[in-house]
Design a protein around this ligand. Structure first.
Ligand code: SAH
Length: 353
């Protein structure tokens, strides 16, 4: 059996491995190797970010969605969801509360809600950026045209999250209806990069039909795109979707992949996601200890949180924004990290280049 540790060292030094080597790591990792991988990833994260954890205040501003992704709890065909849209005043008041709590990045996330024109989105961006000029604004509102992305950017949006979900066409078609194409998703990511956004890609770990080979493709795709942000979390079933009876993803595999991604793209902004916190009570702490450096507490009004359930049992749906921040603050302190009051922009890699 080849020496997995040597491969881990090689990954840290060269920041890439071949398809076969990645596959070998994913297949043959022993408990000891896993600990080693985690240690190396954490050392690299610490070198770049110290014990500082960036925070992003998540505002789930609409759960209307025209898409029908098989995994997602707010898909169009789910008639059981109470649909909502926050008013601009509500969004602003989330930001105000968030700002007082120390957030300097707001993430506007939603379903693909056709009722917003580009002008509506631009108005929201302008409102947030003029009221909170010291904050970064991230959008996560799905696939749009180059022209729309450009308008949002020119209005002041700084970052855009658009997980690629899987880099394999065939797998993509098993997770999405016919009208959604991997090619288009990838084009969106390229457009966002060209325009100048800090871009976030990523995927679900253990989504239905995902193979180890698919995961390796995801890793190679991420390396090629080299996004500034990389979000991964375990797939979790939602009871009102076609994947209701599917197995959930694994926390262990998610942590291994966070570590591999940290070694592959050392300065990437990698969140310990809510899905990770949902699959295990200490999931987010484990994520940080495996190389993640960002957390994304929820700032949405408590009244709507239950309605933004992408998967079952999502955590923190009953907590106020302040509770979420304090809870995470305590969790991070316990493992030797602290939340920082900072926009937490992507920084070019000045180490070892
Ligand atoms: N409409 C936006 C935001 C999607 S929600 C967009 O298309 O980008 C953000 C992410 O949640 C998705 O990209 C997906 O990776 C993740 N997600 C959705 N359903 C999930 C589930 N059942 N389990 C785990 N993660 C899920």
């Amino acid at each position: 059996m080849a020496d997995i540790r040597r491969l881990i060292d090689q990954l840290e030094e060269q920041r890439i491995l071949s398809r076969e080597e990645f596959l070998q790591i994913l297949s043959d990792l022993t408990e000891e190797d896993r600990n080693y991988l985690r240690e190396r990833a954490r050392a690299v994260a610490n070198k770049h970010f110290g014990n500082h954890i960036y925070t992003r205040g998540l505002i789930e501003f609409t759960n209307y969605c025209k898409n029908d992704c098989y995994y997602c709890g707010i898909r169009r065909s789910n008639r059981e969801v109470t649909r909502y849209r926050l008013t601009n005043e509500q969004i602003l008041s989330c930001c105000k509360e968030g700002h007082e709590l120390g957030f300097r990045t707001f993430v506007l996330q939603g379903g693909e809600d056709g009722s917003y024109s580009d002008e509506d989105i631009v108005a929201i961006i302008t409102l947030i950026k003029t009221n909170f000029p010291d904050c970064a604004l991230t959008l996560s509102i799905g696939e749009k045209s180059y022209a729309s992305y450009l308008k949002y950017y020119e209005a002041g949006a700084d970052r855009y999250l658009l997980r690629h979900e899987t880099a394999n066409e065939e797998h993509y078609s098993k997770l999405h209806p016919e009208n959604l194409k991997l090619q288009n998703r990838k084009q969106c990511l390229l457009d966002l990069k060209t325009i100048g956004y800090q871009v976030g890609a990523g995927f679900m770990v253990g989504s239905p039909y995902q193979t180890k080979e698919n995961i390796v493709e995801d890793l190679l795709f991420l390396k090629e795109l080299s996004p500034e942000m990389i979000g991964i979390g375990p797939f979790l079933p939602h009871h009102e979707t076609p994947f209701a009876a599917e197995q959930k993803g694994s926390m262990e595999m998610t942590l291994i992949l966070i570590s591999i991604i940290r070694l592959m793209i050392p300065n990437a902004l990698i969140p310990a996601t809510t899905a990770l916190g949902t699959i295990h009570p200490k999931g987010r702490e484990e994520g940080i200890l495996s190389g993640a450096n960002v957390v994304m507490p929820n700032l949405s009004p408590t009244s709507v949180r239950k309605n933004y359930e992408l998967y079952d049992n999502k955590i923190c749906t009953g907590d106020e924004a302040a509770e979420c921040r304090f809870c995470l603050d305590g969790r991070m302190k316990k493992i030797g990290y602290e939340l920082t009051i900072d926009r937490g922009d992507y920084k070019e890699d000045k180490i070892d280049v």
